[in-house]
Design a protein around this ligand. Structure first.
Ligand SMILES: [Zn+2]
Length: 282
């Protein structure tokens, strides 16, 4: 197949949040870019998580936040969860939910390599000169890849039923038959955009509450920036306080230690715990 034909099938990896509002209220507004590396420096604690879960307007959104946190999954992975992926193990003490066969998003295989000319944007196979403008591609070319999506599942992992949100999770599993987050209008799982808006609205609500408290001179916790992917970093940072680095990679099916470093941060208390300081992470 000619490289130009292959480029048609070029798969762009999904982004973790929408870039721009293209319809409805606030059309044309660019969404704020979030980064777990920059904006989530440690586990925020169960008190904060409880506050977030309690601020959800209904059972569906409460359950969605609980599953986002407890599985540490990406947004699309969480939206596509099915009841059959969860098995209750009551022989464990405390009991656990074993989660298996969760399809992984963002798995791509390199199929072919091509070059992009930095001067004219022309695409082509690796060559010395650009076919369109004749520029020297050794100096002005950028390597690009044609990728293919690979079907892969996450390693099996567990959710402890001593987890503060276990009751919400069990109740929701009982309530569902197949997909956990099915949109009744489309009979398909809810979209990433839906997830993003729900989480953002809870964040705005908490921010308003915190500002009102401050105005009345009450002490309040600093409100935190909320977006769906944050819960993955919260989960990784929490698990990182007791799982070994190796187990953390297995839990999330991460291939590289660099990913774990990006998501899981112990913070000052977690680090202090390691040298024997007694700390209560609440
Ligand atoms: Zn060129």
């Amino acid at each position: 197949m000619a490289i130009e034909d292959q480029l048609v099938s070029f798969v762009k990896p999904p982004v973790t949040q929408p870039q721009k509002n293209v319809w409805g209220k606030g059309k044309g507004r660019t969404y704020k870019r979030h980064s777990v590396e920059r904006d989530c420096k440690k586990f925020s604690g169960f008190r904060t998580l409880r506050k977030i879960v309690n601020a959800a307007p209904d059972d569906l959104i409460r359950a969605f936040i609980a599953f986002l946190w407890a599985t540490g999954g990406r947004v699309t992975e969480t939206l596509n969860l099915k009841k059959e992926m969860f098995t209750l193990n009551t022989n464990a003490d405390p009991p656990i939910l074993v989660v298996d066969n969760v399809p992984l998003e963002k798995c791509f295989k390199k199929k072919a390599e091509y070059f992009e000319c930095k001067l004219c944007g022309g695409l082509g196979p690796k060559a010395r000169e650009c076919r369109l403008c004749g520029a020297d591609l050794v100096a002005n070319g950028r390597r690009r890849y044609v990728t293919e999506k690979v079907e892969k599942s996450r390693n099996e992992f567990f959710i402890g039923l001593d987890d503060p949100f276990a009751d919400i999770i069990l109740k929701w599993l009982k309530h569902c038959d197949d997909y956990l987050f099915l949109n009744p209008m489309t009979q398909r799982p809810f979209s990433r955009k839906w997830a993003y808006v729900q989480v953002r609205d809870i964040g705005s609500k908490l921010k308003l509450e915190a500002e009102a408290k401050k105005r009345h001179g009450e002490v309040c916790d600093e409100s935190i920036e909320l977006w769906p992917h944050r819960f993955r970093a919260e989960r990784a940072s929490y698990l990182g306080t007791f799982l070994s680095a190796h187990s953390l990679l297995e839990y999330f099916t991460w291939e590289h230690w660099a990913t774990a470093k990006k998501y899981s941060k112990k913070g000052a208390l977690g680090l202090a715990k390691e040298v024997g300081v007694k700390v209560q992470i609440e």
